[in-house]
Design a protein around this ligand. Structure first.
Ligand code: 4AD
Length: 458
């Protein structure tokens, strides 16, 4: 109807003052005429009125289609996920009714080009993606399940979380760099290396950007990166991926206690920034109703005390025996410990032989390193960090002990040759932090298209 006012095009979450709602029962009042584009999230017919919940990735909007508009072929055969362009007047929802943002769009026009229509009948999306389907089947259909409220909410929170990291590091004057993914050095042990042919030479997908971050300290000060890390994990657990997003930082001229304080501060600041956006806080509340901000200071516990705690609580090691000094604390034991304590824990001072070659020894007890894992309830380890060996000879010896070829690491040793410094850093698994924040059972649901043993598609 060309006599109607020109519509303004809006996103479905737009609630600015430029949008007026016509009051219920106000015959003369005028609501703003808007134009929206989105997909049919839900639809239901009530007598001669078609109610459509439209979705555009920003929000949901209730659309009321009535009169002749509800009797067209398109309206009568409307399927979920069909894309639509709709024009109409914004109104208040009648008393007793409910709709997103307490408003509804009364359509006076809509358009559904033929190829915008979603398959229906047998092939309808609701038949393909069934709530009862196996998790593996849902992951095969990830390109469709992403459209669901749960999956998309987690990914929207993930976007906010990653943005918050960038903001928090910027506030702390820590600079972002982008180290390479294709490398010829290992960082976290040979067992999980993804090896490939690099123009006739052996190369690996990076396990961690740490060694590269260390090379930035002399000229850029403390640095961070948010990059992919790759590990050929040969076990199927709910917290291991083959490709994960690694938030890593390296801090110059620090002591171990500074490292712990910084990690604690950063995690809390990132969560605070993420939750400061009411829309994001809303998603978190829906996904994780019991969420509360972590309390500072985090509990700090030495590895030796953790071993004693596990013995006292009858939690056995992987062989089913009581824990001993030197045991790696396996995933199951670690999770039980975090679940019982039910708060973030810094586990520190791990024995040197169960940790990476580059970790600095504790000057007070040479058996252990200045290392830390941060454990969160429900997930377990989300952060791994340490002070680094800053002495050339000590690092060379550690490298040889590990069976690593010093030739391949010459550029890393050069950092200790040309102006060494006390420094340390850490890596945070973004998917694990997100699993904790959004109370997801597995990190597989915390990335767009998870990669783990046996899955490399879609
Ligand atoms: O403890 P990790 O192996 O430490 C490092 O890689 C150090 N070089 C990082 C550094 O100091 N710059 O890994 C750090 C974190 C873990 O705590 C975990 O959150 C995550 O990375 N992570 C994984 N997340 C998902 N899937 C995997 N396979 C992961 N491996 C490590």
């Amino acid at each position: 109807d060309s006599s109607l006012p020109e519509p303004i095009t809006i996103k479905l979450d737009d609630a600015g003052h430029h949008i007026k709602l016509r009051k219920t029962g106000d015959a003369d009042g005028k609501g703003t005429r808007v134009r929206v584009l989105g997909r049919v999230h839900r639809e239901r017919k009530q007598k001669d009125v078609l109610f459509v919940t439209l979705r555009d990735g920003y929000g949901l909007m209730q659309v009321v289609i009535s009169g002749k508009l509800a009797k067209t072929y398109e309206a009568l055969t409307l399927t979920r996920e069909t894309s639509m362009e709709i024009l109409g007047e914004m109104r208040e929802v009648p008393a007793g009714a409910r709709a997103p943002l307490n408003r509804e769009l009364h359509a006076d026009f809509y358009k559904i080009p033929k190829h915008w229509r979603a398959a229906g009948g047998e092939d309808a999306i609701t038949n393909r993606v069934q709530a009862s389907a196996e998790h593996a089947t849902l992951l095969d259909l990830r390109h469709l399940t992403l459209r669901g409220e749960n999956a998309s909410s987690v990914l929207i929170v993930r976007d906010a979380l990653e943005f918050a990291f960038n903001r928090a590091y910027h506030e702390a004057r820590i600079r972002k760099v982008s180290p390479p993914a294709l490398v010829q050095t290992q960082v976290e042990g040979g067992a999980t290396l993804f090896k490939f042919d690099y123009y006739g030479a052996d190369a690996f997908l990076t396990q961690s950007s740490q060694l590269y971050l260390e090379t930035c300290l002399p000229s850029m000060g403390s640095v961070y990166c948010i990059e992919k890390s790759f590990r050929a994990e040969k076990s199927l657990t709910r917290r291991h991926l083959s490709e994960f997003t690694h938030v890593e930082a390296e801090l110059d001229f620090i002591e171990f206690s500074h490292l712990l304080d910084h990690v604690e501060f950063l995690i809390c600041r990132v969560i605070e920034l993420t939750m400061a956006d009411p829309a994001i806080a809303g998603y978190v509340k829906t996904l994780n109703p019991e969420f509360t901000m972590p309390e500072r200071p985090f509990m700090r516990m030495k590895y030796t005390d953790a071993i004693q705690w596990l013995i006292d609580h009858d939690i056995p090691n992987e062989e089913g025996n009581p824990h001993n000094f030197g045991d790696d604390i396996a995933e199951a034991a670690e999770r039980r410990m975090t679940d019982i304590m039910n708060k973030p824990i810094f586990l520190t001072h791990f024995p040197a032989h169960i940790k990476a070659f580059y970790m600095k020894k504790d000057p007070e007890d040479n058996r252990v390193t200045e290392s830390v894992d941060c454990l969160m309830p429900g997930v377990g380890e989300i952060v791994g960090g340490s002070m680094r060996i800053d002495d050339y000879d000590e690092l060379l010896a550690a490298c040889k002990r590990e069976g690593l070829d010093p030739e391949a690491y010459c550029w890393y040793f050069d950092q200790r040759k040309y102006g060494s410094s006390p420094h340390g850093g850490y890596g945070i698994g973004l998917e694990r932090l997100l699993a904790w924040l959004c109370k997801q059972h597995t990190v597989r649901d915390c990335c767009l298209y998870p990669r783990y043993m046996g899955r490399c598609k879609p």
